[in-house]
Structures are given as C-alpha cells and as structure tokens.
Design a protein around this ligand. Structure first.
Ligand code: C2E
Ligand code: CA
Ligand code: CA
Ligand code: CA
Length: 284
C-alpha cells in the first residue's frame, strides 16, 4: 500500500526490493511520478582517450521512489516503454539534459567542448513528434544542435526501413549526432552501417570486459581492432563503455578507440561533478 503524501526518502536494499515491488505497482505509479518530479538525471563523463579530457556526458535517468528509494533505469524504462510513458519521460530527460549542457557551456566559458548524450527508446523513434520536440528543446535552451548526441540502440535499427530512419536523418542534417548504442550485441549487418545516419559507434561493454586482463584475449583484440578500422573507414567515431581499469583504457586507446566512458573515469553523478571534472582538466 502507498503511504499517501509520504515524503521520506530512503535507500532500499535492491535485492529485497526486486522481490517486493511488483511490476504492476511501479507501472501504475509512473505517470504521477513524472508529475511529482520524482525522476532525476545523473551524468557520466565521456573522456577523450588520446588526451584524457572530458568531452561531454551521458544522461542516465533514475527514479527517486518515495517508498523504495533510488531505482535504476533497468527497473522502470521497460515499463515506461510498455505503457507509452517513455515519450513524455524521454522528452523530459532531453529537456533537462540540454538545459544542463547550456549551463555547463555558460559556466565553462568560450569553446566549451562539453556535449550531452541522451538515450532514445525505440518508441520515441517512431513517435511523430520527435524531430519537432528536439528542435523546440534546443531552441528553448539556446543550445546548438551539435551539442547534442542521441543514442539509439543497434537493435532498434536492425532492419530499419526508410520511415524509421527519416527522422534520424533530419536530426543528423540539423547537426545532431546520432550514436549507435550497444554496438556489437545486435548481430547487424556491418554493410548496413553505411545506410544509417550515425556518426558514432558505442561499443558494448561486453567487448571492454575482454580487455580486463593484460594482455587481453587475442581474439577480442582482433574483433575490436576490426570494428574500429571499419568504423573509421566510414568516418564514424568509436566510443567504448564500461571501462573500469587503466589497463582497459590503455589497450582500447592503442586499438584506436576515440572516447571512453566508465567507472575508471567516474561513476554517473550529479551535474556539478561533471563541471568540476571538466574544469579540473582545463586547468591541466
Ligand atoms: P546504457 O545506455 O548502455 O548506459 C550505460 C550503463 O552502463 C549505465 O547503466 C551506466 O551506469 C553503466 N556503466 C557505466 N560505466 C560502467 C562501468 O564502468 N562498469 C559497469 N559495470 N557499468 C557501467 P544505468 O545507468 O543503469 O542505465 C542502464 C540503461 O538504461 C542504459 O544503458 C540505457 O539503455 C537505459 N537508460 C538510462 N537512461 C535512459 C533514458 O533517459 N532513456 C532511455 N530510453 N533509456 C535510458
Ligand atoms: Ca546509452
Ligand atoms: Ca550502451
Ligand atoms: Ca548497455
């Protein structure tokens, strides 16, 4: 049962919670949660592997549930996708993130390189308002389209027809970057990459995992090497996720990956944290 008006927030034991909270309960609580402002965003830095500078951040949404504490996106994004709430929730995430990018740029001064990556669900891709909503959000915040990168999973684009790609093409023409997220998990036809309006490949964490030992598994090395060279030959930048150790970062840098994200650099955190990291590296 819900304790109406309860405003006590506590961190929950995620294991116990997983058992206790029904999908149904969370699903029905979602719309009111958006109205009440229970969602918040953490930002995880994207770091240039060549010089270690912070280039931007990925926006990752969380739910501060009044009874159950902080819930990660894996707990509620699938539910929001199922009910369609992902469209207004995703719009809210984009609006907050773009405004945050604006704040970073203002506080960082001229030539601020900080860009913002926002995840898009397949349902947002097929929603007719996507392009106009994005234009409106950028305009309201006074942010240039090239400060925004939209991440779309590889699986959402497998077998994509022209109708699905059209909005992404329009966004790409405006200058918004499109990244292919979780790349390498979807068994897509590599030749298909040419057809997609993407400018960044985000290599899935499963590849990074293979670089944990030093030297890494030679087969993993070959695969990543092949993907990087293919990506670069198509003018795509390569971002790696899930970098947890310096050894992984070093091997991925040697393999030619461009940008990295992971606990080795920073966990997802509040927006002020990113600003500090970016300023620290501007200072040397
Ligand atoms: P993703 O897009 O693949 O995001 C990366 C996930 O890896 C994040 O999990 C992040 O916290 C985690 N991560 C980052 N660095 C490391 C690391 O070094 N090691 C390990 N083990 N994990 C790391 P998170 O925040 O739980 O997000 C999970 C997924 O939820 C995301 O996967 C994304 O698909 C989805 N998601 C998050 N925010 C949004 C959103 O606003 N909209 C939509 N549609 N999906 C979202
Ligand atoms: Ca992502
Ligand atoms: Ca990913
Ligand atoms: Ca992932």
């Amino acid at each position: 049962a819900k304790s109406a008006g309860g405003n006590r927030y506590e961190l929950a034991d995620p294991e116990a919670d997983a058992r206790a909270i029904t999908r149904h309960g969370l699903t029905t609580a979602l719309p009111a949660a958006l109205d009440r402002g229970e969602f918040f965003i953490e930002y995880q830095p994207l770091v240039h592997l060549g010089d270690g500078s912070v280039r931007g951040a990925e926006a990752l949404v969380r739910w501060l549930h009044p009874q159950h504490g902080i819930l990660g996106p894996d707990r509620f994004i699938p539910l929001a996708e199922h009910t369609g709430l992902i469209v207004p929730l995703g719009r809210w995430v984009m609006e907050q993130s773009v405004r945050q990018a604006r704040t970073w740029r203002e506080r960082h001064g001229d030539g601020c390189p900080l860009r913002i990556n926002v995840n898009l669900s397949p349902c947002q891709l097929t929603h007719p308002g996507l392009v106009q909503d994005t234009v409106d959000i950028l305009e309201r915040a006074g942010v240039q389209p090239d400060a925004l990168c939209l991440e779309v999973t590889e699986s959402a684009l497998i077998g994509a027809d022209d109708d699905l790609l059209k909005p992404l093409r329009r966004l790409a023409e405006m200058g918004v970057d499109i990244a292919l997220d979780d790349f390498g998990t979807g068994y897509s036809n590599l030749a298909n990459l040419r057809r997609l309006p993407v400018s960044v490949l985000k290599l899935d964490r499963s590849f990074t995992r293979g670089m944990q030992q030093f030297p890494a598994d030679p087969v993993d090395l070959k695969i990543v090497e092949g993907i990087v060279s293919l990506a670069h030959s198509l003018d795509l930048a390569v971002t790696v996720e899930g970098v947890e150790t310096g050894a992984q970062a070093e091997q991925l840098r040697i393999l030619g990956c461009d940008t990295a994200q992971g606990w080795y650099y920073a966990r997802p955190g509040p927006p002020e944290r990113l600003h500090e990291l970016a300023l620290a590296d501007a200072a040397g």
